[in-house]
Ligand binder design. Structure first.
Ligand code: KG4
Ligand code: ZN
Length: 338
C-alpha cells in the first residue's frame, strides 16, 4: 500500500499552522503564534489576517523541511474551511487552493471543530484511539460542544453553549483579575496552589446538554468589585483561592453535563479536545471518573489540543481514503454547519 502524504493548513484564528502527515502519522506540525494580540487583550481580526499572510509561506516551508518531504511528494492538501475569523480563514484557504492547483493534487476542506475531535486518531505512541461510538467534549476559546461521534463521518452535536465558550469564561475571569490574555493557563497555574472551595459561585441553570457561561462571568465581576471595595488588596491576597474556585465551578459545570450525556446516550467513552483541555484540573477530574464511574477517557497529546494543523491533516487523510475531495470553488465560512 502506498504512503499518503498530506499537507495541512490551519488559519482559523490567531495561529498559523502547517503540518505534514504520512498516513496517520505526523511528520511535522509547525505553529506560529501571534504575540501581537496580547497587547490588546484579545484577538484583533484585522491583525490576525495580516500576520497569517506574513507567516503562511515560511510556516509551510519549515513544515516540509522538518518532515523531509518535498512539494512533489504530496498527495493532497487539507485546509480549515471554518468556523473561524473570515479574514484568517481566507488566507489559509486561498493558499491551499493555489497549491492544489499548482501541484494538481486534491483539495480537502476540513471543519475545525470536527478536527479537534478527530485529532484523537493521530497515530502516537502511548495514546489510545477511541472506539466508536464515543462522546467528545470540545472546549476552546471559541466553542463548547458535546458531540456524539458514531464514525469519522457521522458526528452529531448533542449539546453546546448558548453564549460564551468555556475558554472565554476562563479568559474573561482572568481579565477581571487583572491577568494578561489569554488568561486560561494562568488561572490553571494559580488554581493549583489554591483552595477550590474557598469561594462559592452558583452554576447556571440550563436545560439538557446545553451550556451557558456568561452569567458566571458577571457573577465573578460583582464578587470581585464587592470585595475590592472593602479590601483593595482582595485579589492579590486571595489570587490562588479565587482561581481555584472559578476553575472548580467551571469543571463542575462541564462534568455535570457529561454525566447527563452519558446517562442519555449510554456511551461511557469520553474524548476531550480544544485548547481548554490543556487545563490540569479538567484532566485530573476526568481521569478520576474512570475509577469512580467506569468511564474511559481520552486526552490527546498536548500539542494536538490547541489549534494546530496536524488535526486538520488527520481529517484530510481519512477523507482522502474515501475520495472525498472538494473543488476549487469551495468558500471559507465563518460559521459552518456540522
Ligand atoms: O483551541 P484553542 O487554542 O483556540 C480556539 O480555537 O479557541 O483554545 C484557546 C483557549 C483560550 O481561551 C485559552 O485561555 C484556553 O484555551 N486555555 C486554557 C488552558 N490552556 C489554554 N484554559 C484553561 N486552562 C488551561 N491550562
Ligand atoms: Zn480551536
Amino acid at each position: 500500500k502506498k504512503n499518503i502524504y498530506t499537507l495541512a493548513i490551519e488559519s482559523s484564528c490567531d495561529d498559523t499552522s502547517a503540518a505534514i502527515l504520512c498516513n496517520d502519522k505526523v511528520l511535522s506540525n509547525i505553529v506560529a503564534r501571534q504575540a501581537i494580540h496580547e497587547e490588546y487583550g484579545g484577538v484583533v481580526p484585522e491583525l490576525a489576517s495580516r500576520a497569517h499572510q506574513q507567516n503562511i509561506v515560511p510556516v509551510v516551508d519549515v513544515a516540509l523541511k522538518k518532515a523531509n518531504v518535498t512539494k512533489n511528494d504530496l498527495n493532497c492538501i487539507a485546509f480549515t474551511q471554518g468556523p473561524g475569523l473570515m479574514g484568517s480563514l481566507l488566507v489559509g484557504g486561498s493558499f491551499a487552493k493555489s497549491m492544489s492547483m499548482a501541484l494538481q493534487i486534491p483539495l480537502i476542506a476540513v471543519n475545525h471543530m470536527k478536527a479537534h475531535i478527530l485529532a484523537h486518531f493521530i497515530d502516537e505512541e502511548n495514546f489510545d484511539k477511541p472506539t466508536f461510538p464515543f462522546l467528545a467534549l470540545t472546549i476552546s476559546g471559541g466553542h463548547t460542544q458535546i458531540v456524539q461521534v458514531n464514525s469519522f463521518f457521522d458526528l452529531k452535536i448533542i449539546g453546546e453553549t448558548t453564549d460564551d465558550a468555556v475558554g472565554e469564561a476562563f479568559d474573561k475571569s482572568a481579565k477581571i483579575l487583572g491577568l494578561p490574555y489569554p488568561g486560561g493557563p494562568l488561572i490553571d497555574k494559580y488554581a493549583q496552589e489554591g483552595n477550590p472551595k474557598a469561594f462559592r459561585f452558583t452554576k447556571p441553570k440550563v436545560d439538557g446538554l446545553d451550556f451557558s457561561f456568561s452569567g458566571l462571568k458577571t457573577q465573578i465581576l460583582y464578587f470581585i468589585q464587592k470585595n475590592q471595595a472593602v479590601n483593595p488588596n482582595f485579589i492579590e491576597e486571595n489570587r490562588n483561592d479565587i482561581c481555584a474556585s472559578i476553575q472548580h465551578t467551571i469543571i463542575n459545570i462541564l462534568i455535570d453535563k457529561l454525566k447527563l450525556a452519558v446517562q442519555q446516550t449510554g456511551i461511557k467513552q469520553i474524548a476531550i479536545g480544544g485548547g481548554v483541555s490543556a487545563n490540569s484540573g479538567i484532566r485530573k477530574t476526568l481521569k478520576e471518573t474512570e475509577s469512580k464511574w467506569g468511564w474511559k477517557t481520552y486526552i490527546p497529546k498536548f500539542e494536538y489540543t490547541t489549534d494546530n494543523a496536524a488535526m486538520i491533516g488527520i481529517v484530510g487523510y481519512y477523507n482522502y481514503l474515501e475520495n472525498n475531495f472538494d473543488t476549487n470553488d469551495i468558500v471559507s465560512k465563518a460559521r459552518i454547519e456540522f
